[in-house]
Design a protein around this ligand. Structure first.
Ligand code: HEC
Ligand code: HEC
Ligand code: HEC
Ligand code: HEC
Ligand code: HEC
Length: 660
């Protein structure tokens, strides 16, 4: 029998389990029970398991189809002790600096809020509509505490206990075990010669549960309540006499993050033609190799096949925090930058605790600038403060995310004949953007100005009132996933790009910019190649040419990032026939400002006012320019001298009339 060692909750802490009053309007219930709670209540009323979209047939998948190796759930909690709530770590790991203390930074991150995220709840409902118990796999990654406790078999959050909404919490991460024995395996501390991973790994080996390949939340969790972390010099273990402090080099590796940051759909297998076909339902994926499954997210694999595993130098020190050498490699280097601080609040008082030069900030800043604020809005200030999700912490986190987005790219402008060339260079450690494909995008906004400074033409205009992007006349960076005719036939959902995540089996388009060290061969093999677009090996930038309209003397270009498009949030609202999760997400999106685009880069170029018909900029209008114009006939781009979006007879006549 394992004892449950829960450090005593200090009296100053707000109690999480304060009585939950029910029976009020959905919004009020949300504020009290946490987002998941309210949705669970609604789901119960509407009987989610039989619900499906208008005319849509639910895929008859079973729990077996989603089986993955790794530690398995233990509803009885006999062999696996429950995940300890993050609140139990606050007494020592919080409130000694809003920018450094692990709890203060973690709580305002998407990792902490992955099970309260209203967009996730909305997408979870769709996943269950699309595929029977399709949500089980989502819970495994977004709410690992619930999954390990065996509260996910319905695919919904109906059986969650309040602490399950803690998302990916302290105790979960700090109990994770390296699946590979050897380098990176944990070493006991202090002075403990036993290798703590060996019995855990061999027990799973006997059951055939050691995961091969990255992703899909195939984590291995220490059955005991130990704490694994990077340091081997913690002066005193204050975690309780039953709790070992274990030094774990694994926690400094990208492989650790790769446990969840590659997402593959096990319903599908890749055939010889590279297409994804549905497995015979009712049993686990035949190979259990994630690279044979449908590639929903490939952030870890993109990183693995980039230049970053060998280290990349940033002389401007934009990533890594207090890391002195300016060389970054792992996910942690960029997403948990080093700060000078104590690992616990006692460092304030000095001896025997000390400030560390390499305390990893638990900020996990990525690209999402609005959802954490929306969670506080939905919960209400009082309840959000109760879990430590304070406005101050959210403001700090949003500011970090904006800085992250600004560090992600560099943009340069130049003039090439009658065209403005915009180059966007990916400075991140994976594709730009990476990760979750649905509703996320970057685009270029170009404003051409005349001598008086007035805007005479705009490309990629965005109307923030209606959240509508003029996408046709600019470059939009995005991935589009969807379903093939075969899956359309089974489900009644139209074939083509869409937002049915649990069913998607074809990448229709992907022009996201590759990272340093990219090769087509490696990215095609991991299922993250360019689709409907092309990049040369090593090319970690992209160029776009915009025809310069006559009269333009300057151009201002801005690269924008948006987390949640109107098209996606409307889908989540309208496709939901199960519960209120889609409407709640939509309302939250509206209230939080419709996922306002973030400017990643902005620059202005003064344009030389040459002859706009001199397309190649060689000083003469001649046959070479004519041939450029004809090669783009009927399309946009170079040759569109009057900048009306199409190369046609009007442009030809301007060119001929200025023939040198
Ligand atoms: C009673 C105080 C106390 C509580 C409660 C507490 N810790 Fe700690 N913890 C410490 C101290 C002190 C350190 C050492 C910090 C240092 O040396 O920088 C530490 C260090 C750690 C480390 C780093 C270990 C290493 O080797 O790198 C981890 C991981 C950790 N704690 C996890 C947790 C988790 C998870 C919880 C909540 C479930 C928790 N702690 C609750 C006091 C506490
Ligand atoms: C060189 C620094 C760097 C490294 C290394 C790095 N990242 Fe990032 N990451 C960024 C930046 C900058 C962004 C914001 C731009 C973007 O969205 O891609 C980001 C964004 C993200 C996002 C959000 C993506 C989106 O657009 O939705 C995730 C998730 C992420 N990173 C995870 C990881 C993981 C996991 C690893 C390791 C396998 C990793 N990152 C390695 C810099 C890095
Ligand atoms: C996503 C997984 C993850 C979560 C969630 C997480 N940590 Fe960590 N933590 C890490 C990793 C990884 C490191 C080591 C990073 C490095 O050194 O580059 C670390 C390091 C630490 C350290 C060592 C720093 C020191 O100076 O002693 C402490 C303490 C710690 N975490 C406590 C916590 C607490 C408390 C929470 C919850 C509020 C938490 N962690 C949540 C992954 C996590
Ligand atoms: C148990 C699975 C799990 C592990 C392990 C994990 N992540 Fe995450 N991570 C998630 C999920 C799920 C989300 C998205 C939550 C959401 O948006 O609702 C996320 C979100 C993020 C984001 C925010 C993305 C954005 O759009 O802003 C970053 C950055 C990130 N993780 C980095 C890391 C790093 C670095 C590590 C390793 C130290 C790591 N993660 C380990 C599951 C995990
Ligand atoms: C193996 C881990 C894993 C699994 C399984 C998983 N996700 Fe995620 N999910 C992530 C990560 C990591 C991110 C964040 C990536 C990023 O920010 O780019 C994420 C992000 C999301 C987001 C974006 C949230 C936001 O605020 O924009 C939604 C929605 C989502 N997931 C829904 C689902 C659904 C529905 C399922 C099940 C069908 C699922 N996820 C299964 C890891 C996972």
């Amino acid at each position: 029998m394992h004892k449950r060692v829960h450090p005593k909750r200090p009296s100053s802490e707000p109690a999480r389990t304060r009585s939950v009053r029910r029976g009020v309007a959905a919004r009020r219930a949300l504020a009290l029970a946490g987002i998941g709670g309210a949705i669970a209540i609604v789901a119960l009323i509407t009987n989610s398991s039989s619900a499906r979209g208008g005319g849509q047939t639910q895929l008859p998948s079973t729990i077996a189809d989603f089986f993955q190796p790794g530690t398995q759930p233990d509803p009885s909690e006999q062999t696996l002790i429950p995940i300890v709530p993050a609140m139990n770590c606050t007494f020592c790991h919080s409130e000694y600096g809003v920018e450094v203390a692990p709890y203060d930074t973690w709580v305002a991150s998407l990792m902490a809020q992955s099970a309260r995220d209203p967009i996730w709840h909305a997408a979870l409902a769709i996943a269950n509509q699309d595929a029977n118990v399709g949500g089980e796999t989502c819970i495994r990654c977004h709410a690992p505490g619930a999954w390990l406790g065996g509260r996910s078999s319905t695919g919904t959050t109906d059986n969650f206990v309040p602490d399950d909404f803690d998302g990916i919490n302290c105790h979960f991460c700090h109990r994770a075990v390296n699946p590979v024995l050897g380098e990176g395996s944990a070493i006991g501390y202090p002075g403990d010669p036993a290798e703590p991973d060996v019995p855990i790994i061999s027990a799973l080996q006997k059951q055939g549960l050691i995961p091969e390949g990255a992703g899909n939340a195939r984590y291995i969790i220490d059955p005991d309540d130990n704490r694994r972390g990077p340091f081997d010099d913690v002066p005193l273990n204050l975690h309780g006499s039953e709790t070992k402090l274990i030094t774990s080099p694994y926690h400094r590796t990208s492989e650790f993050c790769g446990t969840c940051h590659d997402v593959s759909n096990p319903l599908y297998s890749k055939n010889k033609k590279g297409e994804y076909v549905l497995n015979a339902l009712g049993s686990p994926h035949p190979t259990q190799d994630p690279m044979d499954m449908y590639p929903e997210q490939r952030t870890y694999s993109e990183w693995l096949h980039s230049a970053f595993p060998n280290g990349v130098a940033y002389p401007d020190g934009r990533f890594g925090g207090n890391d002195p050498d300016g060389i970054v490699s792992s996910c942690q280097d960029c997403h948990m930058p080093k700060v000078i601080a104590g690992g616990c609040r006692f460092a304030e008082f000095g001896d025997p605790w000390f400030e560390r030069p390499d305390m990893p900030q638990h900020s996990f800043a990525g690209a999402n600038t609005w959802v954490v604020q929306a969670i506080r809005n939905i919960m209400g200030a009082e309840e959000a403060d109760g879990i430590g999700l304070t406005q101050e912490r959210i403001d700090e986190a949003s500011a970090r995310t904006v800085l992250m987005l600004q560090a992600a790219s560099d943009m340069t402008l130049s003039q090439k004949g009658s065209a403005l060339r915009v180059r966007v260079t990916n400075e991140s450690g994976h594709k730009l953007p990476s990760g979750y494909p649905e509703g996320r995008r970057m685009w270029l906004n170009v404003k051409f100005k005349d001598a008086k400074g007035a805007v005479i033409a705009e490309r990629g205009a965005y109307d923030s009132k209606t959240a509508t992007l003029q996408a046709k006349d600019t470059k939009v960076y995005q991935a589009k996933h969807g379903i093939t005719p075969a899956i359309s036939k089974l489900t009644g959902i139209p074939a083509g790009p869409g937002f049915h995540l649990a069913l998607a089996n074809k990448v229709f388009f992907d022009n996201r910019i590759p990272p340093r060290g990219f090769t087509n061969a490696a990215f095609n093999a991991i299922g993250s190649g360019a689709v409907g677009y092309s990049y040369a090996d090593g090319q970690h930038w992209d160029d776009t040419n915009f025809p310069i309209p006559s009269g333009a003397v300057a151009a201002t270009v801005t690269l924008y990032y948006q987390t949640t498009t109107r098209e996606y949030i409307e889908f989540l609202r309208d496709a939901n026939v199960t519960n209120d999760a889609g409407q709640i997400a939509y309302d939250a999106w509206v209230e939080a400002g419709k996922s306002a685009p973030v400017a990643m880069d902005t620059a202005t170029l003064t344009l030389s006012t040459g002859n706009p018909a001199d397309l190649n900029g060689d000083g003469a209008v001649n046959a070479a320019d004519l041939s450029i114009l004809l090669s783009n006939w009927g399309a946009g781009g170079l040759g569109d001298i009057n900048a009306d979006g199409i190369v046609n007879a009007a442009d030809l006549s301007i060119l001929l009339s200025s023939w040198s």
